[in-house]
Design a protein around this ligand. Structure first.
Ligand code: PAP
Length: 306
């Protein structure tokens, strides 16, 4: 039986996020209630098949790009695979569903048995919220991450579009405290980092610095033979953004218009928004929270070939 502290750690209400409603702290992470309920359903009912592919990420770290790349890799390596639909017609989020909403949410919008093989899912849940079998079933998990400063800035812009009422300084403090959806960022990254013997770990910065090499690594991890340049071109920021514009407005379940997933797509935009002092705070936090794990902010400075 849980001690009062353990209970408190599991469900500790309540925090109001910048824009919408309440967040609940559950097992050390902040989520809306519906995500917590869904994570329990996932743990109870989801047994990954060895052929399943799970794309995991903290929000705003490159999820959309990784979804596009993975579906493009699968489509080009096996043109008959219907799990990899054409990016000319669909937003990457329409191709790869979130486990915690579209599959195991309160009103799932997809029937898991209808999804073709290999099934590709995504998740913003921490590793500890997923079933243990994710580590043992042979399914492939790819985790994408991004420098916390650019992650925060991307999140800040998104929430501004929804009408943020607090200053960037206040929002930054909340990010540092972990009070953001799926936060804290540092613990989220650390969980997947510590499982990297089973999880492929990719950074947004690797993809930007050396897309061909990183895509080649992803394809190899998935056991796919492809023409790398074709995939990189098909999933470039410009291409996806233009396709999204041409298609007109569509709205993701989160309320995000599809074209809002493509804002600037660069490394280092934090310099336009954060002070050196704020960056130092992030560096200190990384130091503190990742100490002893072998993980540090230098992973965002390396190119994929190193
Ligand atoms: P999500 O967690 O809400 O799905 P996610 O896709 O992880 O969002 O992150 C969005 C970021 O990825 C945006 O970054 P920015 O705000 O700094 O611009 C978005 O522009 C960027 N992005 C999306 N697609 C691409 C792409 N093909 N190449 C590079 N960056 C991309």
């Amino acid at each position: 039986m849980d001690t009062p502290q353990q209970k408190e750690d599991k469900i500790s209400p309540q925090a109001k996020w910048w824009v919408d409603g309440q967040r609940i702290r559950y097992k050390g992470f902040w989520f809306k209630l519906e995500f917590i309920t869904a994570s329990e359903a996932i743990r109870a009912h989801y047994t990954p098949l060895p052929s399943d592919i799970i794309l995991a990420s903290f929000p705003k770290t490159g999820t959309t790009w990784l979804k596009a790349l993975t579906s493009s890799i699968l489509r080009h390596s096996s043109p008959l695979s219907s799990s990899s639909k054409d990016l000319d017609y669909l937003n990457p989020h329409e191709i790869v569903p979130f486990l915690e909403i579209e599959i195991f949410g309160e009103n799932p919008s997809k029937d898991i048995t209808e999804i073709s093989c290999p099934s590709v899912f995504s998740t913003h849940l921490p590793l500890s919220f997923l079933p243990e079998t994710v580590k043992t079933s042979g399914c492939r998990v790819i985790y994408i991450t991004r420098h916390p400063a650019d992650t925060f800035v991307s999140l800040w812009h998104l929430y501004n579009k929804f009408g943020t009422e607090i200053s960037i300084r206040q929002a930054f403090d909340e990010f540092c405290k972990g009070l953001v959806p799926a936060g804290p960022y540092f613990e989220h990254v650390l969980e997947f980092w510590e499982a990297r013997d089973r999880v492929m770990f990719v950074t947004y910065e690797d993809l930007k610095a050396n897309p061909e090499e990183t895509v080649r690594r992803i394809a190899e991890f998935l056991g796919c033979k492809i023409i790398v340049e074709k995939i990189v071109k098909e999933c470039s920021f410009e291409k996806l953004k233009n396709t999204s514009k041409e298609r007109g407005e569509g709205v993701h379940w989160s309320g995000t218009k599809y074209d809002m997933f493509f804002r600037k797509g660069v490394v280092g935009d934090w310099k336009n928004h954060l002070t050196q002092e704020m960056m130092k705070e992030l560096e200190d936090l990384a130091d503190l929270k990742w100490r002893g794990s072998g993980l540090d902010l230098n992973i965002f400075n390396r190119s994929a070939s190193q």
